[in-house]
Design a binder for this molecule. Structure first.
Ligand SMILES: Cc1cc2nc3c(=O)[nH]c(=O)nc-3n(C[C@H](O)[C@H](O)[C@H](O)COP(=O)(O)OP(=O)(O)OC[C@H]3O[C@@H](n4cnc5c(N)ncnc54)[C@H](O)[C@@H]3O)c2cc1C
Ligand code: SF4
Ligand code: SF4
Length: 1014
């Protein structure tokens, strides 16, 4: 047994940074400044293999703030800046040991829209999908696409010159920039747009940064025009960043400095605002999913689709397809990519056609179909089948699956993980198939596993070979293979960065640009940023300086991770497996992922942030001498006296920062199922809390929450008295102020015990065991949970009534605590005990071979997940079904049908744990309602903000209400109270306190409907 040490990371904020921060605080700067270790760690990674802990994180609110940040830096030569948006870069572009300027928190305003002239002006932190949600009602969209569109920012897109699906038609981000407002390293605000060469020459004579930049542009882009044209082929993806070719428009005789800024990865200036052109949404779209018997066939077939004027052709290989099949996402696309009888789909091309003219599109599809039919009949081109859809929502689902592909590739067991380092090659599209065959041979020669997908129309291939970076020998392969791939793409006339940018592979930039032009881009860098303060080391260095480029072999995340002892990594494995792709930053309020991240806009409070903090905490434990065989609460101990005073004595312990991030988590489990690699925060959160509280004293509230399953049955014996007591104002005050608990729910009256006597048969194990198989098939066992049984007896009562009305016999099992509240609060010892007892109880009952069902799905799911993690598999040999799972399994003749004319409409607000763990649960309820002649509409909502007891905790009340306001409030208000149905007990409680009515559980509607028919 050891005492959890006080953790003080060695990487502290330097004196210089502190002085800079003090100067910034004394200025007119309006944004936030964070220097805590946790804040710095939260931006120390992106989706790459690298990790850099910055000195501080600044969150500006405006262009003025950006200018103040830079100007304040003029007195501190060694202070450097790296701008950051969504942090989704794949090559460490935004990582820095300097200061991070995170524009994603505040600079999210859409400033101006001009439909007539087809442009929009935005702040740089606006998320691409947010912009498109805003433009959609006007019939427009910002057309460059990218897989990370639900979290990547416009600033990030501009600085990587992002593009993706449809780029042949819609181009890259740089093709849509009309004007930029940016800030140079010295703090000058630039407004750049195309200007005539005469104006450029006149402006170049002034004494400003812009003048120096224009002087250089005239020398380089105009003066070296022939070298530039000779060096770069005129292809879709051939110059991203420092676009020397397009900064000078020979035809218009104009200069556009924005063209240099696009793709410059923050190495020239901060982009503050952008005026972007927008594109009309095509009126009609069709998608043809063509299935092939091998991936090579899919690749070789693609060019003819492009020749047939498809808007885009995307491809995925069998590995990606199979991973998608095993993921929650498949549920949404399975009917659009159906299996082909007696064939294996080993490659898929998604061919899109867009047009305002419906007939034109139909004609194209007809021609394509005839050709595909012939190829299938003649067994040509490897085509085995195809499916067509014109439905935009279905097309969206297919692309969502494709966009999730990278994340899915990360879903591998063991230490080998698919990593980004040669993930973004581009070659002329007609050479892609040959290139890929050779690329495959290269990867095969290193015996690596990989999945592939990409934009075949633009010759862009995405591949992430799986490497075990804990192994230093395998880490060396990153450089070896990168060098080989650089040579391979050169052979095919291609390049290493199709759309993801350069970042830590900037060391290849000199060779890519060639000596002459590399010198020129260094001169451009020197004109913008002579002191190398802007994202130093990325792309190029100021001309004639001795500054160095960052290297592929720079410090990697694995360098830190591999220092963490294996048993620590294993105990907290979900935190280790996060690959930083940022899907958990999803802005969409109707998506359950991740409510705490959405409400705080603080990366520490996202699954990625939490995973990163836990990794660092594990490393710090090791560095502070923790040597245990097993990393669990069992290995730590502190005396009660020491616990009581620890907090004040160790106020700056890094464990407190980790605790803050864990404490903000709702334990809603959306990450567990929605993160592509299933980063299960509630799992490592409870382990962390259990260890943390061996050193620090718990708040009383935690004991209150963890014991709710003991308290509730006692209080339910005298419910009216208990409710009277709980409603007394001094009790409420004491609970709120001293315990930290608000709006304690009332116990059900009449209690379940009184309500059910006539409905449920007595539980008698021996009698049930004696039943014949036929009699058993008429019985159903109800597993009680503390919330519905004691606080929401109506829902249990309705379940019993419904089962009875079906002609079956419900048996209410004796209450046996579930333990979830203990798990959530990190009382792991108590949870293990509860789980063991209840498991023993349910395992014995499982021998009866009668279905067991639970009314609240989130508690049922605890048996499947948390129980399995703490108990041996043989001790969890029982199965409890959710209500919808059981009902949908019943034969139709068991369920009563009602003619359609009796149809009534209801609205389903499903519990987020339930719908993310059981993706068919919403549609199952819908199907069940249809069977009874009722209509159930699924309402897309995120989390309700209650999540068990989170919303009852005083410290979380504000965020709980805020989360409810994100998606529930307006949607609940939209429908008649009687028609609003919620499957979660928590959700019903939240609506009750915030909308003043208690929604019904769907089973209550079905029960009253069925009994009314009898
Ligand atoms: C799973 C996955 C799929 C991807 N798919 C695509 C794809 O299809 N197409 C594609 O193009 N990319 C793709 N990317 C790469 C990445 O999402 C893009 O590069 C994106 O444009 C980055 O945006 P961001 O807001 O996350 O920027 P960040 O990663 O935060 O930053 C990217 C670069 O821009 C700079 N920067 C950010 N904001 C500013 C600013 N205001 N001023 C100056 N510099 C700034 C940063 O310093 C950094 O150099 C993918 C990444 C992942 C993880
Ligand atoms: S937690 Fe999951 S979704 Fe979030 S960054 Fe990590 S891997 Fe991606
Ligand atoms: S459990 Fe919910 S709140 Fe916590 S990290 Fe996961 S998604 Fe976010």
């Amino acid at each position: 047994m050891t005492v959890l040490p006080h953790l003080s990371p060695a990487d502290t904020v330097h004196n210089l940074t502190q002085r800079y921060v003090d100067a910034l605080k004394a200025s007119q700067y309006q944004g936030e400044i964070e220097v805590s270790y946790a804040s710095r760690m939260a931006v120390a990674t992106d989706n790459s293999i690298y990790q850099r802990i910055p000195q501080a994180v600044l969150f500006p609110k405006s262009v003025d703030d950006l200018a103040i940040i830079a100007k304040t830096g003029n007195d501190f030569d060694d202070i450097t800046f790296s701008a950051r948006g969504g942090g989704t870069g794949t090559n460490g572009q935004s990582l820095t040991p300097g200061l991070v300027i995170d524009t994603s928190r505040h600079m999210q305003e859409i400033l101006e829209l001009n439909i007539e002239q087809q442009w929009v002006r935005v702040q740089c932190g606006v998320i691409k999908d947010v912009l498109n949600d805003y433009l959609r009602p006007h019939g427009y969209f910002f057309s460059p696409d990218l897989s990370t569109s639900n979290r990547a920012t416009i600033g990030g897109m501009i600085n990587t010159d992002a593009s993706g699906q449809g780029s042949l038609v819609y181009g890259k981000t740089s093709d849509h920039i009309l004007e930029l407002s940016s800030v140079t390293a010295s703090g000058e605000v630039l407004h750049t747009k195309p200007i005539s060469i005469e104006s450029a020459k006149a402006l170049a004579t002034e004494n400003t940064d812009y003048a120096k930049i224009l002087q250089q542009v005239l020398l380089t882009c105009v003066g070296k025009r022939q070298d530039i044209l000779a060096k770069f082929p005129r292809l879709n993806r051939f110059l991203t960043g420092y676009d020397l070719e397009h900064a000078y428009n020979e035809t218009a005789n104009s200069i556009d400095v924005s063209r240099l800024l696009a793709g410059s990865e923050g190495s020239l200036a901060f982009i503050g605002e952008a005026k972007l052109n927008i594109t009309k949404i095509p009126k009609h779209t069709a998608l043809v999913n063509i299935k092939y018997n091998d991936f090579e066939s899919a690749l070789r077939h693609a060019p003819s689709m492009i020749a047939a004027n498809a808007t885009s052709v995307e491809t995925v290989d069998s590995r990606v397809l199979n991973l998608a099949r095993a993921d929650i996402v498949w549920h949404s696309v399975s009917s659009l990519i159906e299996d082909v009888p007696n064939k294996v789909i080993d490659g898929l091309n998604m061919v899109e056609y867009n047009n305002d003219d419906e007939d034109a599109i139909k004609l194209k599809i007809k021609t394509l179909s005839e050709r595909l039919d012939a190829e299938i009949a003649n067994e040509q081109s490897g085509v085995i089948a195809y499916q067509i859809t014109y439905d935009t929502s279905e097309i969206k689902k297919i692309y969502a699956m494709r966009k999730k592909a990278v994340g899915l590739l990360g879903k591998t067991k063991g230490n080998k993980k698919p990593i980004a380092f040669a993930e973004d090659t581009a070659v002329p599209p007609e050479k892609l198939a040959d290139f890929i065959m050779e690329f495959r041979a290269l990867l095969d020669s290193h015996q690596l596993e990989y999945g592939m997908f990409g934009h075949v129309d633009a010759g862009v291939l995405h591949v992430r070979p799986a490497l075990d970076l804990y192994d230093e020998e395998q880490e060396k392969l990153v450089k070896t293979i990168s060098d080989q791939v650089v040579a391979l793409v050169a052979k095919y006339g291609g390049l290493m960065w199709g759309e993801h940018g350069k970042g830590y592979r900037s060391e290849y930039a000199p060779a890519f640009f060639g000596e002459t032009l590399y010198d020129e881009i260094c001169k451009v860098k020197a004109a913008f940023d002579p002191l190398n303060k802007m994202n130093p080391g990325k792309i190029c260095t100021p001309y004639a300086s001795d500054a160095k480029l960052v290297q592929v072999d720079s410090l990697k995340r694995a360098t830190f991770d591999r220092q963490i002892p294996v048993q620590f990594r294993e105990a907290f494995s979900p935190a280790m497996s996060c690959n930083g792709n940022g899907l958990c930053f999803n802005y969409d309020t109707t998506s359950p992922m991740c409510p705490s991240s959405k409400i705080t806009s603080d990366r520490r409070h996202s699954p990625k942030g939490r995973a990163g903090l836990i990794r660092e905490w594990l490393l710090q434990l090791h560095k502070h001498g923790v040597r245990t065989e097993e990393l669990s609460y069992k290995s730590f101990k502190s005396g009660i006296f020491s616990k009581l005073f620890s907090r004040s004595r160790h106020a700056d312990d890094f464990s407190h920062e980790v605790f803050e991030a864990m404490n903000g988590c709702l334990a809603c489990k959306s990450c567990t199922n929605q993160c592509p690699v299933n980063v299960d925060v509630p799992d490592f959160r409870s382990k962390f809390l259990a260890i943390y509280y061996t050193r620090y004293q718990r708040p009383i509230k935690d004991y209150f929450v963890a014991n709710v399953e003991r308290l509730a049955p006692l209080l339910a014996k005298l419910p009216r008295l208990a409710n009277l007591f709980l409603n007394m104002s001094f009790v409420k005050y004491a609970l709120r102020e001293w315990v930290g608990y608000v709006d304690a729910p009332e116990l059900s009256y009449p209690p379940l015990k009184t309500r059910m006597s006539a409905l449920s048969s007595e539980y008698d194990y021996e009698a049930l065991a004696r039943l014949s198989a036929e009699e058993k098939s008429q019985h159903v066992l109800i597993v009680q949970d503390p919330f519905t049984s004691f606080y929401d007896a109506e829902s249990v009562d309705s379940t019993l009534k419904f089962i009875k009305a079906l002609g079956m016999t419900p048996v209410l099992l004796p209450f046996s605590p579930n333990g979830k509240p203990q798990h959530v609060k990190g009382f792991l010892q108590a949870f293990e005990k509860t789980a063991r007892t209840t498991s023993r109880f349910l395992s014995r009952i499982a021998n009866l071979d009668i279905p067991m069902i639970g009314v609240d799905a989130s508690l049922v799911l605890c048996y499947r997940d948390e129980y399995k993690k703490v108990l041996q598999p043989e001790n969890t040999n029982f199965s409890v079904m959710t209500l919808s799972e059981w009902l949908i399994s019943l034969p139709d003749e068991r369920l009563v049908h009602k003619p359609k004319s009796a149809s009534q409409s209801y609205h389903l607000f499903a519990h987020c744990s339930e719908k993310t763990a059981l993706p068919s649960s919403e549609s199952d309820w819908q199907t069940l309602f249809t069977k009874f002649g009722l209509t159930l509409n699924i309402i897309p909502v995120g989390c309700c903000g209650m999540a068990g007891t989170y919303g009852h905790e005083t410290e979380h009340l504000e965020n709980s209400i805020g989360i409810y306001n994100l998606s529930w409030r307006s949607k609940v208000a939209k429908y008649r109270a009687e028609s609003v149905l919620a499957t979660g007990y928590s959700c019903r409680s939240q609506v009750k306190r915030l909308a003043d009515f208690k929604p019904q559980h769907p089973i209550e509607v079905l029960a009253s409907h069925l009994t009314s028919l009898k």
